[in-house]
Design a protein around this ligand. Structure first.
Ligand SMILES: Nc1ncnc2c1ncn2[C@@H]1O[C@H](COP(=O)(O)OP(=O)(O)O)[C@@H](O)[C@H]1O
Ligand SMILES: [Mg+2]
Length: 267
């Protein structure tokens, strides 16, 4: 479970990235944080594992406030996947996955890529789960983008997280691969009761995959509703535009709320 309580983040240069965010995310929930570039999505996600510290307000993970004292414990329970995958390209797939167990294993050994048999078996099991068992000993940079993101997911699963932060995990991928990655995340969240906070900037993917959508605009929550309640009005609030054609295809004439296009229709 994650609780954001009146979270505010002002960077040193005076930029207000988050402006009083209060949200509660239940264990096992799949929440999409939807917002345009610069709306505060990355800052919000990074506050959960302490990579960003609040100017005021706080974040709680499983009822523990994220702060310097709790950071090690929190990070053990919070996995992260990234837009650019953040993998080591010249390393084998399995060694990239094994680095996900760093926080729970002796640093000295892990820096030398010496891992116990038990951990290596666990790494192969998570690779099997994301459909990459046959690639375990291949160099990571030989894999396609979608496969690399699945390695990123496998690495995060290595730490058996309660929470998975996915910061625009599909921004570097083709639409069909993106669909595949979000399906995988959604399935893992449901099966393992992992809380997923996934930032996206595409309305169509959010509508298709989210259980709940938190809409951000200029650091403020302007929507917090089940996915089915995303209306044209909310889209206007999130994107500050009246031209929904921008988001639903080439047509520029505004749609009414009941004309919102679902992903399956869109494709
Ligand atoms: N380290 C930083 N220093 C100053 N401003 C930042 C920093 N990180 C992000 N920002 C600013 O905070 C706002 C929110 O950024 P971000 O959370 O990255 O948004 P998003 O992920 O939705 O694009 C933006 O205006 C961005 O320029
Ligand atoms: Mg971002």
């Amino acid at each position: 479970m994650i609780k954001f309580n009146q979270l505010r983040k002002v960077f040193d240069d005076g930029t207000v990235a988050l402006d009083g965010v209060t949200i509660k995310v239940e264990q096992g929930e799949f929440v999409v944080v939807l917002g345009p570039s610069g709306s505060g999505k990355t800052t919000l996600l990074r506050s959960v594992n302490g990579l960003v510290s609040p100017t005021s307000g706080n974040v709680r993970v499983n009822d523990v406030e994220v702060c310097e004292q709790s950071l090690r414990m929190v990070r053990r329970k919070v996995g992260m996947i990234f837009q650019q995958f953040n993998l080591v390209g010249n390393l084998s797939v399995i060694n990239n996955v094994l680095t996900g167990s760093f926080s729970t294993y002796n640093k000295w050994y892990s820096n030398l890529y010496i891992f116990s048999k038990e951990l290596r078996i666990r790494a192969l099991a998570v690779l099997d789960r994301v459909g990459l068992l046959d690639k375990a000993y291949q160099r990571t940079d030989e894999l396609s983008g979608g496969q690399q993101q699945r390695v990123g997911i496998a690495r995060a699963l290595m730490q058996q997280p309660d929470v998975l932060l996915a910061d625009e995990p599909i921004a570097s991928l083709d639409p069909m691969i993106a669909y595949n990655i979000l399906s995988l995340l959604r399935e893992i969240s449901a099966e393992d009761k992992i809380t997923v906070l996934c930032s996206l900037h595409q309305v169509d993917f959010a509508m298709h995959f989210a259980q709940r959508i938190v809409g951000l605009s200029e650091g403020k929550v302007v929507m917090d509703e089940p996915q089915k309640d995303l209306t044209a009005e909310y889209i206007r609030k999130i994107y500050k535009t009246h031209d929904k054609g921008l988001f639903f295809g080439p047509e520029s004439k505004p749609y009414s709320d009941d004309q919102l296009v679902t992903w399956s229709e869109y494709k």
